[in-house]
Write a protein that binds this ligand. Structure first.
Ligand code: MF3
Ligand code: CO
Length: 265
């Protein structure tokens, strides 16, 4: 995010990484086993938020986004889940009046706090049958995330992740949001280093063992420019075209990336 970053400790211990892993496990389970059953035409984004909050709390964690403040003049984020439908990019606020329709795409992004550590992951799901370009957008966004994660090895720099994501997604005619980025994650939701989804290979901070970073391409069907709605949170595309988002928290262990919450650790 462009939201303020806290300085991260040089390297996280395996014990700390295990805690971040547990915080992410809840989110990965929510996205794989719970929310897909409910993401159907007719449900409101408010209901998805309630389901998310209940699931997080019943797993002994706290929703990280609810009440989250980035400082004046921005109001605190009011929900446990960010729901960003179609032309909404990230940080969409769930409401009772926003009802999913067949053919929509919805990006879901949530944060957990467990035992003092944060988990952060995002997914974009189809609502019923979606058109070919939307399918491609979802597929490319997930693949871009994987291609970025593959660059998160000791010996590389953050710019290697950024450049790989950008090159891949742009090769399909899509664009990468520039105003928001991935980030370190640990005892705070947003830590150093920032992980942009565009940039130059070989530049930026060196990747080191014990780093934990959220890698989260936000891929637009059209141009990369975005703007923020008057609610001060919801980010939408300037051109009204659709956007997809996909995120894992990734730890660097023994030189290699581990996707947290997935059983890889
Ligand atoms: N996962 C999101 C992010 O990293 C959560 C942001 S919503 C907020 O930006 F309220 F927590 F800021
Ligand atoms: Co994030």
């Amino acid at each position: 995010d462009k939201i303020k970053l806290y300085e991260a400790p040089k390297a996280k211990t395996l014990d700390e990484i295990k805690k971040i892993n547990k915080a992410n496990e809840i989110i990965i389970k929510l996205y794989s086993e719970v929310l897909p059953k409910y993401v159907k035409a007719g449900i409101s984004t408010y209901e998805l938020d309630q389901i998310t909050e209940d699931f997080i709390r019943s797993n002994g964690a706290i929703p990280g986004t609810k009440g989250y403040e980035i400082g004046k003049p921005y109001p605190a984020y009011p929900a446990s889940l960010c729901t960003s439908v179609n032309n909404r990019v990230v940080h969409g606020i769930p409401t009772k009046t926003e009802i999913l329709k067949n053919g929509d795409i919805i990006s879901l992004d949530t944060v957990t706090v467990l035992d003092g550590f944060y988990g952060d992951a995002a997914i974009t799901l189809p609502v019923g049958e979606i058109d070919e370009n939307a399918k491609k957008l979802l597929e490319v966004t997930e693949k871009a995330r994987e291609i970025g994660i593959a660059q998160a090895v000791v010996g590389n720099r953050i710019g290697d992740i950024s450049a790989a994501i950008q090159e891949y997604a742009e090769s399909f005619g899509f664009s990468l949001v520039r105003d928001f980025a991935g980030h370190g994650v640990g005892k705070s939701m947003h830590e150093d280093p920032m992980v942009p989804n565009y940039g130059k290979a070989g530049t930026g901070v060196k990747i080191e063992d014990g780093m934990v970073i959220a890698i989260e391409p936000m891929v637009n069907e059209g141009a990369y420019q975005v703007r923020i709605l008057p609610d001060m949170w919801t980010v939408i595309t300037k051109d009204g075209k659709r956007s997809a988002h996909s995120e894992y928290s990734v730890a660097i262990v023994n030189g290699k990336p581990i996707k947290l919450g997935t059983g890889e650790l």
